[in-house]
Design a protein around this ligand. Sequence first.
Ligand SMILES: O=C(O)Cc1cc(O)ccc1O
Ligand SMILES: [Fe+2]
Length: 477
Amino acid sequence: MTNKIDPYKYMKGFGNHFSSEALQDALPKGAILHYFTNYFLYYNFQTILHFPLGQNTPQKCPYGLYAEQLSGTAFTVDRKNNQRSWLYRIRPSVCHQPFTKLDSKSHHIANKFGIGDIHHIPNQIRWSPFNKLLLEDNKKTSNDIDFVHGLHTLAGAGDPTIKNGLAIHIYTANANMDNTAFYNSDGDFLIVPQHGRLDIITEFGCLMVASNEIVVIPRGIRYSINFPDGPSRGYVLEVFGNHFELPDLGPIGANGLANPRDFLTPVASFEEKECDYTIINKYAGQLFVSKQDHSPFDVVAWHGNYVPYKYDLGKFNTVNSVSFDHIDPSIFTVLTSKSAFPGTAIADFVIFPPRWAVQEHTFRPPYFHRNCMSEFMGLISGAYEAKSEGFLPGGASLHSHMTPHGPDSATFEKASNDDLKPVRVADGTMSFMFESSLMLGITEWGMSNQVDIQHDYWKAWKELRNNFDANKSTKGQ
Ligand SMILES: O=C(O)Cc1cc(O)ccc1O
Ligand SMILES: [Fe+2]
């Protein structure tokens, strides 16, 4: 049995406490045993009245469902940060056979990010689009790589076992996860599809996620991904610590950047399916597999604030300088996963959306800089304003701690001489940055010949000439 509700309906809001029922009254409304006295007729009777009382664990749940809590934060976390959802399901998740570990050779997920485990390199690094995987990976044909097996860890720092750190994965895949679901115990996935839509079935409902949208699936939530457009590619930012939240707005005020009501969470939708089902779990960077005899997507109703959600990057409300100078890219932060140090993220998800550039007497593209943070960038479509060539959709770059970088020679030359009228920047393009306070290292795979590292990337800045003339001052103009 499946419910008749359109599975791709969404509820709006970020951090809301949602309630959703695929069958009417599947959420426990609570029951109160009420002693009712009718003085006129001189008899007492007892009745059960149904009130809209928010009970989570009634003695018996509606429709014979099981109640199950999914905690996204410790029980004792302060109320404003506490995240949990209650799921009312045909069977509790515990109905599965024991997990067994998958051979690490059967997948490409890394679990060690320490010194000596992966490559920490101070050079500027750029990868051409990750194209090779579908054809060459493990000699598989282009017909049989699902999302989990198409995941390749490219970079990372920290350790999921101490809930501190992040990993960056690239996926290229085309096969549906038939009768297979995945959940991650290590961290939350922020998925950036670059090519091809993701048709995602989750315990909370279904999401269709296209390029220029992102989806966040917090740890523990089970899901399957299908690829309705065939071979697909994208980036994944996994954070091991705090969940993603909207950045504070400070002097910007109460509105702007990613507006909360543009985040979409699916409505409840379920299937009652008895069949051989495989559950894959990423646990401490290893994959474990378990069998069960039914679909895990059997949640008939749920309520809570620990949920998957998607966001259309085209809805980002961009702010920037309307006078002069290039403002730091933190103005483009969509979501952040905070560390224990105020203002210092484990990972910020930052985008560079199409916008107007109007700054006067200003070098408008990104400046030359060295940063105490790691900057990993990817390109969804179009071209990035700081690079005239070589940074391509589906490719990536990494500029690590204190690694100098900035506009390439051609961009510098052009922007130093441009007529500074108001212009559209990056029309039709979308690039993004995963910026981290941790020092990112690159995995064996990220350095291997299965990817295309552009070894001449350093030449992007080679043509920057010495323009110095001690006798010539333009007074900064
Ligand atoms: O390096 C990059 O291209 C990202 C970036 C963009 C920007 O506008 C300012 C600083 C910065 O690191
Ligand atoms: Fe940068």
